[in-house]
Design a protein around this ligand. Structure first.
Ligand code: NAD
Ligand code: MN
Length: 348
């Protein structure tokens, strides 16, 4: 039988603590999955400081030629400009054309049959917006002037819109909310809004999304309403930067960034990645919450159509959260990363 080949890219900080945790859970799934083959791959800021390269071509090559999917940890991108450095995760998303970042944010309800108070998914465009990183600095008479290019294309907006409608179609509430700021940015966000809105009317769609409700919301008021009445949201589709901010904000509603998973998805590859960063404030203390990474592995499996294996992981994780006895400090617990992993393994 065919094996399932997974590239592991822990990268920096707690990425190196949570990716091995996710691997342990994957290895415990046994016969629900084909034989697993892991490839340990390098990337990150630490690697850059040691070798001058943040994303070796070998990593990209192995991902493209020898892997069916991947799991990425987190990178420590410094806030100051470092000559020659550019974030490997942003580069990887572009290199593998992983144009959608899908971030489900779900609260675990206290009883297993209960309805979650928050159950939404942020669908973030992953290749353009301000993340094209075309920034320039000029010296003027009155001081320095910095400019950035914000790119929005019809092609990228259409495919992310299509992804959002597909996801909504598979969910009970079937609602897509387009997030934008086209009252101010009428050209760029105007194009995004208009293109996503038009997805259901495309000839090749031929009525497929007729059952999906379309709503829209200006990004600032979307954040406000997200905090006051999160239940109004189902699928939120947004340009890159708004999607990034919205999903961190939504993570606060469910208790911790350490719980929120994502996948970077394209038409032919998928890479799981916890939404959080490298968390330098807790790095090395063995208290990083591994559940976002573990849920990212489940999301990756679901994307590859291993539904049963994905469900087993999600059920085990929900149980550990609901039980509440073995949790890391970000969730008010006293347990270490490894203890949480072991609690998940016991429930698998
Ligand atoms: P962060 O997400 O790393 O941390 C924010 C806060 O949440 C911190 O207090 C951290 O301790 C906590 N936290 C995050 N994940 C946690 C987990 N699994 N368990 C327990 N607590 C957790 O964001 P930051 O501190 O703003 O950024 C740190 C670095 O990470 C920066 O260099 C930034 O560039 C990078 N970053 C990378 C990614 C990525 O790789 N995709 C995403 C965001 C930030
Ligand atoms: Mn982020």
């Amino acid at each position: 039988t065919k094996s399932l080949r997974i590239g592991l890219i822990p990268a920096d900080g707690i990425g190196r603590e949570v990716i091995p945790a996710a691997r342990r859970v994957l290895e415990a799934l046994g016969s629900d999955l084909p034989k697993l083959e892991f490839h340990d791959l390098l990337a990150g800021f630490d690697l850059f400081t040691r070798t001058g390269t943040a994303l070796p071509s070998e990593t990209i090559h192995v991902l493209k030629e020898e892997c069916d999917a991947a799991l990425f940890g987190a990178v420590s991108s410094p806030s100051r400009k470092v000559a020659g450095y550019s974030s490997p995760i942003v580069a990887l998303r572009k290199e593998l054309d992983l144009y959608a970042n899908i971030r489900p944010v779900v609260a675990v309800s206290p009883n297993p049959e209960g309805k979650p108070s928050v159950d939404l998914v942020v669908v973030r465009e992953n290749t353009e917006c301000l993340y094209v990183k075309q920034e320039t600095m000029t010296q003027t008479d009155s001081g320095r002037e910095a400019r950035a290019t914000r790119l929005i294309t019809e092609r990228a907006s259409r495919r992310i819109g299509r992804m959002a409608f597909e996801l909504a179609l598979a969910r009970p509430r079937k609602k897509v909310t387009i997030i934008h700021k086209s009252n101010v940015l009428s050209v760029t966000d105007g194009l995004f809004r208009e293109t996503v809105r038009a997805v259901p009317t495309l000839p090749e769609i031929s009525g497929r999304f007729d059952s999906v409700t379309i709503a829209e919301q200006i990004v600032d008021s979307a954040v406000y309403r997200l905090f006051r009445e999160p239940e109004i949201y189902d699928v939120m589709v947004a340009p890159n930067l708004y999607g990034d901010i919205l999903s961190d904000a939504a993570a606060a509603l469910v208790g911790s960034l350490g719980l929120v998973p994502s996948v970077n998805a394209g038409d032919s590859f998928v890479m799981g990645e916890p939404v959080h960063g490298s968390a330098p404030d807790i790095e090395g203390q063995r208290i990083a919450n591994p559940l976002a990474a573990i849920r990212s592995a489940a999301l990756m499996l679901r994307h590859l159509k291993y539904e049963d294996a994905a469900n087993r992981i999600d059920t085990a994780v929900d149980h550990v959260i609901r039980d509440g006895r073995v949790l890391t400090p970000d969730l008010g617990g006293k347990s270490k990363t490894d203890e949480v992993v072991e609690a998940v393994l016991r429930r698998l």
